[in-house]
Design a binder for this molecule. Structure first.
Ligand SMILES: C[S@@+](CC[C@H](N)C(=O)[O-])C[C@H]1O[C@@H](n2cnc3c(N)ncnc32)[C@H](O)[C@@H]1O
Length: 264
């Protein structure tokens, strides 16, 4: 994914400039999350499978396939309007809980888990390049069977409830407050039972993003800050950084994928 950057390049719809930088740095609770437009978000970020998302998906596919898990309780936190983290968990899942705060995204997710749109087939085809995934004949039906959408904040997740998890572009992109970003990582890792495999993705250096008509805040995270927040709650950590093609867009420095196991 590539969140619409501060400069607003490459986005459909009227070109409204981002609001002035708010020196108060909006907290998560101050943002109108129900104004998030899932269709505009999918259209911009996921309607065509990009090379960077393909790379991230291959890596999480291989990670979960090698994690020695079966029939486990899975969670995707801050699912928004992205199904590929949930798809990456599907062959190993007894259940997949998609936790999301925004009502508009919750509504979108509920229709999608019943029968997801054709654009997600390209993502599943990438998964199905691995035998652990191709063994699952009907991922659409399987997601409808095991998926469940919960309106739940990352800050209110129960502790040690799940056995595998994903959280993509959430801790970096739900607030402009660094402490909240760190707290979100801690809550995500704490929601997993000790030793659970997880994958989390972060925008680095993001200055915020626009979805449809709404502007959303971000924290300009550096790689070292992500490393520190993950290290506090995980072991066997691996990182992979994707740098965007310079000509593609501005407003962020890159994406960081982190995989590992939650700490006890
Ligand atoms: C940048 S989007 C990422 C969406 C998706 N995971 C992806 O990979 O594209 C951030 C998401 O976090 C959600 N969100 C905002 N505050 C949240 C909170 N406190 N708890 C859970 N999700 C939250 C937003 O509604 C939005 O769907």
């Amino acid at each position: 994914m590539a969140l619409i950057p501060a400069a607003g390049s490459g986005c459909s719809g009227p070109s409204t400039p981002p609001p002035r930088v708010d020196s108060r740095r909006p907290a998560n609770s101050e943002v109108e999350w129900d104004g998030f437009d899932p269709r505009a978000y999918v259209q911009h970020n996921y309607s065509v499978l990009r090379a960077d998302d393909r790379e991230l998906l291959c890596r999480i596919r291989d990670f979960f396939a090698g994690a020695n898990i079966s029939e486990v309780r899975c969670v995707d936190v801050g699912s928004g309007a992205n199904l590929y983290p949930a798809l990456s968990l599907l062959p190993f899942a007894q259940s997949v809980d998609l936790c999301e705060l925004s009502m508009s995204n919750v509504g979108w997710l509920r229709t999608q888990i019943d029968n997801y749109d054709g654009c997600w087939d390209a993502y599943w085809r990438v998964c199905a390049e691995h035998p652990a995934y191709s063994a699952l004949a009907d991922p659409r039906r399987r997601l409808a069977q095991v998926g469940r959408v919960l309106r739940r904040s990352v800050f209110d997740l129960p502790r040690r409830a799940w056995e595998a998890g994903t959280m993509f572009f959430v801790a970096c992109s739900i607030s402009a407050d660094r402490m909240e970003s760190e707290h979100a990582v801690g809550r995500f890792l704490g929601a997993l039972r000790p030793g659970s495999p997880f994958a989390a993705a972060f925008m680095l250096g993001s200055s915020g993003y626009r979805v449809g008509q709404h502007w959303f805040p971000a924290v300009e995270l550096q790689r070292a800050e992500v490393v520190a927040s993950i290290a506090a709650g995980a072991h066997d950590v691996d990182m992979y950084e994707v740098r965007p093609t310079p000509s593609l867009r501005d407003g962020y420095l890159g994406m960081l994928l982190v995989t590992g196991r939650s700490r006890g």
